[in-house]
Design a protein around this ligand. Sequence first.
Ligand code: SIN
Length: 475
Amino acid sequence: MSHLVFTDSYINGEFYKTDKRFSVDDPATEKSIVEVSDIDEQGVNNAIDAAKGAFVKLKATNATSRSATLMRWYELVIEHKQALAELMTKEQGKPLKESLGEVEYGAGFIKWFAEQAKRSYGDVIPPTDDQHRLTSFKQPIGVVAGITPWNFPIAMVTRKVAPAYAAGCSFVLKPSEHTPLCALALAYLADQAGFEKGAFNVLVSENAKMVGELLTESDLVRKFTFTGSTAVGKQLLSQCASTIKRTSMELGGNAPFIIFDNADLDEAVTGLMGAKFRNAGQTCVAANRIFVQRSVLDKVVKKLNEKVDSLKVAHGFEEDSDIGPLIYAKAKQKVQELLMDAKQKGAIQINAVKELGGNFQAPVILTGVTPEMDIYHQEVFGPVVSIIAFDEEAEVIALANDVPYGLAAYFYSQDIKQIYRVSEALEYGMVGINEGLISNPVAPFGGVKQSGLGREGGHQGLDEYLEEKYVCMKI
Ligand code: SIN
């Protein structure tokens, strides 16, 4: 196995072993890849203390040197791209070509924030009288703690840790227990790049409750950042209230994908394939409800069916695999239950029904989906295209917005007036117009309503780790 496989938590620049161990499994074979040690309470507290110590050192560094360290981290991640991608396919299951893409995407956040580190400008405020000079400048928040999910084991880590380090903050990370290996490899490479000891600690644990409580309730942790479900995000937010922490929450979505009758239908279907089947549909920004204007419904379904038919569902290491396994058995069971409920309530599966073994789920196209079905309201997190026909623009906007979520939305149209109207009317943090893949380190990623708080990436991503200090001087 790769030289980048580590099996213990990483605290203050050293691996921290415990006797309690658990298995990290390959979702494709459901066999163990490796056993890792499960952190204890002492380890979590050690990591917070180490991060506190590192913050004192980081506060004394300047932005140019942190930028150079981040740039070395970026170069090391790119140098080890193949090994990291293979590790990702092993523990997460996604096809190797997608893993290679994610390493590039994840490294992109490190590079972007290496550049942005040098740009945390303050303000000179025009004074209101002759006796005062007013300024404001930005300082790092302090110790940051974060919890990241299994669907993007590298990119979700780098888009939190890189801006935190750029700002001058230290970090305690708990990656998903399903994908700790990529996070440990990233921490090792950060260490090689010259991160100060304790600047980036990784806690491996199956006991998310214990780790989450210690991190959210610690007074030493000044900022908490989470990517995951809305239900867990609400719980963590309430725990953060006891110490009034700054928080960033990147939570669930229920993305509408709207195809208007004037759209380029070939492009719309290609865009839908990307927005739906990336990572087997296991993304927060996945197209979840596909609204197609009734006059082009048959054409869209036919084109889609042809493309879906050519998708290869296979182990991520198999050549030409387009869709890997779902992350674990419960995830597949949830998709199957949603399908059963939708079909019982009248949805029709357009493509052939294929039962695959293990955690593999064949892609499904459903038409006739309605708001009475669970699949309309829940994030599917699987390769299912749920199609809903609509007649009018106003009707589809009302349907698109009528959910508690507001992360990503997509629409295809060639009418410029409609493009302005619809992009303004959609209550979402991100909108793809004639594009199904919108994630980019240089742009602000995040949601409104119950999809979260704050933005990651873009110049906004750095501000999430900075406090603004106003200085009023009498002269
Ligand atoms: C997510 O699913 O949470 C992130 C997806 C992305 O960065 O594109």
